[in-house]
Design a protein around this ligand. Structure first.
Ligand SMILES: [Fe+2]
Ligand SMILES: [Fe+2]
Length: 318
């Protein structure tokens, strides 16, 4: 049987993009409310459950204002990261689809959806930056943007990839990022956050649900058409990328905690528990579920060596 007769019916569509994409349909201005202090009595900048270090006794003892400061620091860093990610990583991946850089010829419908997605990400960069600016000025957070370790590592990965494989590596970074972020935003949006932040994250989530489905299909299509050498490169590169996504940005976190007046011994304790191999593995397994499902759907794990590779890395059961 040929590959094409086995291929599922791909849509490569962002569905109701024309009427539903945030850049086309959202009326939000992403402005923080005037009574932020009052709102913070019942709402958060970022869900504390996502930042387990806030439960450290020394931080709990430091009181609400320190917790607000630390979550504001986290949100600004996350939004600055998002702005960079959308332009430099995700849209770079989209370019490989639109401009025929991938090792596989792609259908027109896939290119059209990619062109739409490119504008979505540009809009996400805009509103992420706008909200980051407002919170940074509220808390007088300076020295931005701090280059996130994750972006540095992603750039390094591209830099040391051979010319011929670079577009595929860029695509894979986008694929992992887009499948991870949809799930992450879904969880973050469950909490009640300050309005403005909430509107922005929800608008982002609405778009990312479509993007995640699209990237899952594109990966599936590529996987069916890659030759064995390209498949091997894909498998090892995916592992590297997943490792990058679940590493703690120790330098940034240390600065954030010290800047909020947390004692050095507490900072060391927090970093110590977050950087163990077990903690990293737990984060990776939980956070990469959507990516792993997309791989499974594409038949990636039908190759026993991929199963072994991912089981060894602790991402799936052996
Ligand atoms: Fe986005
Ligand atoms: Fe996206």
């Amino acid at each position: 049987m040929s590959l094409l007769s086995q291929a599922p019916a791909f849509e490569f569509s962002l569905g109701d993009w024309n009427t539903r994409a945030s850049v086309r349909a959202s009326a939000h201005d992403y402005r923080l409310p005037d009574d932020v202090a009052q709102r913070l009595e019942t709402r958060h900048w970022f869900p504390p459950a996502f930042l387990p270090y806030l439960a450290h006794p020394a931080i709990e003892a430091a009181g609400r204002s320190v917790v607000h400061r630390l979550t504001a620091n986290h949100l600004v860093h996350f939004l600055d990261y998002t702005t960079l990610l959308e332009h430099r990583i995700v849209n770079r991946a989209v370019e490989t689809i639109v401009h025929g850089e991938l090792p596989v010829a792609v259908p027109t419908s896939m290119k059209t959806a990619a062109l739409q997605l490119y504008t979505d990400e540009g809009y996400h960069a805009l509103f992420s930056s706008q909200v980051a600016e407002q919170i940074a000025s509220l808390y007088a957070i300076t020295g931005r943007p701090v280059m996130p370790r994750r972006i540095t590592r992603m750039n390094l990965l591209i830099a040391r990839t051979g010319q011929e494989q670079k577009p595929l590596a860029c695509f894979l970074l986008g694929f992992v990022s887009e499948t991870i972020i949809a799930r992450e935003l879904l969880d973050v949006c469950r909490d009640s956050l300050v309005s403005g932040v909430n509107d922005m994250l929800r608008d982002h989530l609405t778009d990312e649900a479509r993007h995640s489905r699209y990237f899952t299909e594109v990966f599936h299509y590529l996987w069916l058409h890659l030759d064995p050498r390209q498949r091997m490169f894909t498998a090892t590169t995916l592992l590297e990328i997943l490792e990058i996504f679940f590493e703690v940005d120790e330098h940034w976190l240390q600065e954030s905690l010290c800047g909020a007046g947390i004692a050095n011994t507490t900072v060391r304790e927090i970093l110590g528990t977050m950087t163990t191999a077990q903690a990293r593995r737990q984060r990776a397994r939980a956070g990469s579920l959507a990516t792993l499902n997309a791989l499974k759907k594409a038949g990636f794990f039908a190759e026993p060596q991929n199963q072994t590779l991912f089981a060894k890395a602790g991402l799936i059961d052996g």
